[in-house]
Design a protein around this ligand. Structure first.
Ligand code: ADE
Length: 240
């Protein structure tokens, strides 16, 4: 069965718009992936449909209540069960979560399904995270107004790894971060643009030389731009 990702959010339309476009939209229409967005507010039990409240202990901002998030996730879990799917991995998007990397994307891509939970306001009641979360993920050391953009980053990077989503499976294996390296520079026509020429080796048709040049460029770029990644490479690679 194709991978299914559900987003629980106060802004389902925003998420749906992104998931229905471009490569992921096409993949969903072909049945290669399944995506759904759910309105957390639909699960409130109060007449005002309020989803947040003042923080215990004081402080600025509002905190999202545990109950509507919990009930929304339970409804999604029931849908997975109805489809005969295993229980999906539940991921909360928070700035305090585990740093997101391509390695984490690959781990999540091996799951049958994911629920991505988006907070808003100053945060979520910690107890719903304790109750449900298999993981908490942060997409970087900065603060967003909500988890939606983070959930979309995770959905995009995980779904593109699903079979058939990218035209060429090699597509992602030569990209930045797949093997711990940054990608080599790419060029297309024309051969000269504003006085800048495409490196001659790429026009040579000699595949051995082209591969060697790309490997060297990848390594040099990684060393210059991301010394932190370069340090982690195996020694054999660094010798090139
Ligand atoms: N919510 C707010 N900031 C975030 C971040 N950096 N990553 C994930 N979710 C967030």
């Amino acid at each position: 069965m194709s991978m299914r990702i559900d987003i629980a959010t106060l802004f389902p339309d925003m998420c749906r718009q992104v998931l229905d476009e471009s490569i992921l939209g096409r993949a969903a229409r072909k049945g290669l992936i399944e995506t759904h967005c759910h309105q957390i507010r639909d699960y409130t039990l109060n007449r005002q449909k309020q989803v947040d409240d003042y923080p215990y202990g004081g402080g600025c901002g509002m905190v999202m209540n545990a109950q509507p998030i919990y009930d929304c996730c339970q409804a999604i879990l029931a849908q997975f069960e109805e489809q005969g799917r295993p229980r999906p991995h539940i991921v909360f998007m928070t700035a305090a979560g585990q740093p997101y990397t391509e390695q984490v994307a690959r781990e999540l891509a091996a799951q049958d399904g994911l629920i991505l939970v988006c907070g808003h306001y100053e945060g979520m009641d910690e107890r719903v995270i304790e109750e449900l979360a298999d993981r908490e993920i942060s997409i970087g050391d900065y603060v967003l107004t909500g988890g939606e953009l983070a959930a979309l980053v995770v959905a995009d990077s995980v779904l593109r790894l699903q079979p058939g989503v990218l035209a060429e499976p090699q597509g992602y294996q030569e990209e930045s971060h797949w093997n711990g390296l940054l990608e080599y520079p790419q060029y297309t026509r024309p051969e000269e643009w504003r006085g800048r020429k495409v490196p001659g080796v790429l026009l040579s048709g000699h595949h051995g030389n082209i591969d060697a040049w790309r490997a060297k460029m990848s390594l040099e770029r990684t060393k210059q731009r991301r010394p932190d990644l370069y340090e982690k490479l195996p020694d054999e690679l660094k010798k090139v």
